[in-house]
Design a protein around this ligand. Sequence first.
Ligand SMILES: Nc1ncnc2c1ncn2[C@@H]1O[C@H](COP(=O)(O)OP(=O)(O)OP(=O)(O)O)[C@@H](O)[C@H]1O
Length: 370
Amino acid sequence: MGSGVAVDLENVWIKFGDFVAVREANVHINGGEFFSFLGPSGCGKTTILRAVSGFLEPSDGRVLIGGNDMAGIGPNKRPTALIFQNLALFPLMKVWENISFSMEVTGASAAERRKRADELLDMIALDGQGDKLPSELSGGQKQRVAIARALCANPDVLLLDEPLSALDLKLRQHMRTELREIQQRVGITFIYITHDQGEALTMSDSVAVMKAGVIDQIDTGHNVYDNPSTPFVASFVGENNVFRGKVKSISGEQAIISTNRSGDLLARVTPTQVGKLGVGDDAMMFIRPEALELGAATGNDKTTISANVVNEEFEGNSFSVFLEGDGGKSIKMAVPNVGQDHISDKGVNLSLHYDVNNAVVMPAGELASE
Ligand SMILES: Nc1ncnc2c1ncn2[C@@H]1O[C@H](COP(=O)(O)OP(=O)(O)OP(=O)(O)O)[C@@H](O)[C@H]1O
């Protein structure tokens, strides 16, 4: 079907009066890529999507689609299609008529429309369902019809604004896989916005993590999770334990951080900060709950943390153990459930260790929950 068309934002600023909704966004989206903007509510994701679709012009900077400057080109003249949370299928039209609605406007014959609708039904794995009404479909099937309807006009870029948020959890998880498969089948560029990190990580080739109008990091989902470039990304994407301290020494790509509560701890300097973090700097070190293990490290006391158990929760596949951490915040450890009754009693002092590769340190900054 379609071919991949690149989308570029060059120094894009979007202001509403004095309020800056998007600050100096520079983004390159490869043709055929599944690209997600991930960030909390109000960070500017929808505003960026509106600038790409043409419903809003940037205050400054340029939006390019397929290398062409989109300035002054309205939404219906851009090679984009947009899917919202609210699908708005026409309830009295059959599924095939819904899908091919854009062709009716251009005067295509019923036979042409039906042929195209059937091709798209095949692609979204709903072949044979064209004569149903939307009310006869499940939530996930309706979602796929909305995608087919958007694809009917052969857009080069499909823009998706939190399209799964109205679905229940199980269906949402199922639709992630479906959406990814549809994108790979169609081969066009998908730009997806979400505040759900699970969605962004499972579907995307690349993820841009946004905070209050600013893009903090653009990377693969894996890198965003394993090599966050800022404390905001480290704390927004997945769960993370934060240890605050000052940099005591640096050796190559590793640093020792002096913390108040847990003593000196060794960590890997996050890749974007190698060579930038200095001795004496205020720093934050992050270790994910699943990277903490029971027992002291052998031969390296700088990768061992000792703390008292506050409580424990049974999660089914794992136990969450909460221990007394710095500044009243707890340290969370995730221990896989392999048949044990429980992990530890309240008040017990535990030693935990970690692999230095699983602890990242960076200059102190704003956390997602602050
Ligand atoms: N037309 C507008 N006029 C004034 N302020 C606006 C306008 N549109 C958006 N904003 C503001 O810009 C900021 C970003 O809004 P945006 O809708 O892009 O956020 P979002 O990240 O998509 O959030 P959500 O996930 O809640 O949809 C918000 O503070 C919002 O109030």
